[in-house]
Design a protein around this ligand. Structure first.
Ligand code: TYM
Length: 336
């Protein structure tokens, strides 16, 4: 059996990295007959700060609208928000008793997000990867499509599954999920700095393309993207030491659903004054309608809430029996 699970945090606008590295692939898997479960991880979204009551609600509905606008179909995929399926947090507690402090201390995302002030970070930010493991394993999910930055968390998930199965004498109970980090856009870089990944937390809005950007904004951000002064090389190998140029070629390939080699076959040797407008046209054609669709979905928040509510019921119907078996394995009275 193969079952896909992935999650996205409702913390501000989705950007091109989230789209190409995650959401676009979520929809492709949904349409290729995988069993797909996609979660708005609202519990994870308060580990660093709380956006306020209205802000939390709005961010969740906006992410749901973005999923739907990208082609997610709630009849084909289970689409819901994490807080409404208590089994995630219940299993997360068990996993926080399985994961070792030494494992958690190695998590690079914690180090990045905590910065110099780890003492003032929340316990939740530290424990976050145990909740992420529970998100995946409470469905016995086997495949997890994510961007490159999540690889370490999926490896931790596999370690937790292995240790639970061993320590609790439950051979093969939790499957070891495969990270699916595939395609040319698993690490989309900032448009302002080819050494940094495109990120919601970058203070410069010019560094990223948001799915809510209109056509003009998308085109302008691409025209202003940082590049070096040389034209594109003739071949892909020639871009090795040119991260900004390579990033634009990869974005082009991902949007056009082709390979970087093919893009270079067509555009190799071109100056950026020709390549950038071609990329801008492509990006506008592929992305501008998503923002429009999002606004259409957001005009009816009650419908979004209904979709998420139905999704949560379907999710709980899968997760609850797996949690019950976990409790039974542990020997909790009342679980047999
Ligand atoms: P989050 O919300 O930061 O990102 C959502 C997805 O977008 C991918 N991504 C990128 N891909 C390519 N280039 C980029 N620049 C880029 N930036 C982000 C991320 O890799 C991710 O796939 N911890 C997760 C959420 C989560 C989760 C889970 C994921 C919670 N539970 C269980 C999978 C399974 C996170 O913070 O993603």
């Amino acid at each position: 059996a193969r079952r896909v699970f992935s999650g996205v945090q409702p913390t501000g606008d989705l950007h091109l990295g989230n789209y190409l590295g995650a959401v676009k692939r979520f929809v492709e898997m949904q349409n290729n007959d995988w069993e797909t479960i996609y979660c708005i991880v609202d519990l994870h979204a308060i580990t660093v700060s709380w956006p306020g009551r209205e802000g939390m609600t709005a961010a969740t509905r906006e992410l749901a609208a973005a999923f739907l606008a990208c082609g997610m179909d709630p009849e084909k995929s289970v689409l819901f928000n994490q807080s409404q399926v208590p089994a995630h947090t219940q299993l997360a507690w068990i996993f926080s008793c399985v994961a070792r402090l030494g494992w958690m201390n190695r998590m690079t995302q914690f180090k990045d997000k905590a910065g110099k002030n780890a003492e003032r970070s929340s316990l939740g930010l530290y424990a976050y990867p145990a909740l992420q493991a529970a998100d995946i394993l409470v469905y016995h999910a086997t495949h997890v499509p994510v961007g490159e930055d999540q690889r370490q968390h999926i490896e931790l998930t596999r370690d937790i599954a292995t240790k639970f199965n061993l320590d609790f004498g439950a051979e093969n109970f939790f499957p070891l999920p495969e990270p699916m980090i595939e395609g040319v856009a698993t690490r989309v870089m900032s448009l302002r700095d080819g050494s940094k990944k495109m990120s919601k937390s970058d203070p410069s809005d010019q560094s990223r393309i948001n799915l809510t950007d209109d056509a003009d904004t998308i085109a302008k951000k691409i025209r202003k993207a940082k590049t070096d002064p040389e034209p594109l090389s003739e071949t892909l190998e020639g871009l090795e030491e040119r991260p900004e140029a390579l990033n634009l070629v990869r974005i082009y390939a991902a949007l056009a659903e082709t390979t970087p080699e093919q893009v270079m076959a067509e555009h190799g040797g071109a100056s950026f004054s020709t390549f950038k407008p071609a990329l801008a046209d492509l990006a506008v054609a592929k992305l501008a309608h998503i923002g429009e669709e999002m606004r259409r979905y957001l005009a009816d928040p009650a419908e979004i809430d209904r979709v998420l509510g139905k999704g949560a019921e379907k999710a709980a119907a899968i997760a609850d029996p797996i949690l019950a078996r976990t409790y039974d394995i542990i020997g909790y009275v009342g679980s047999r």
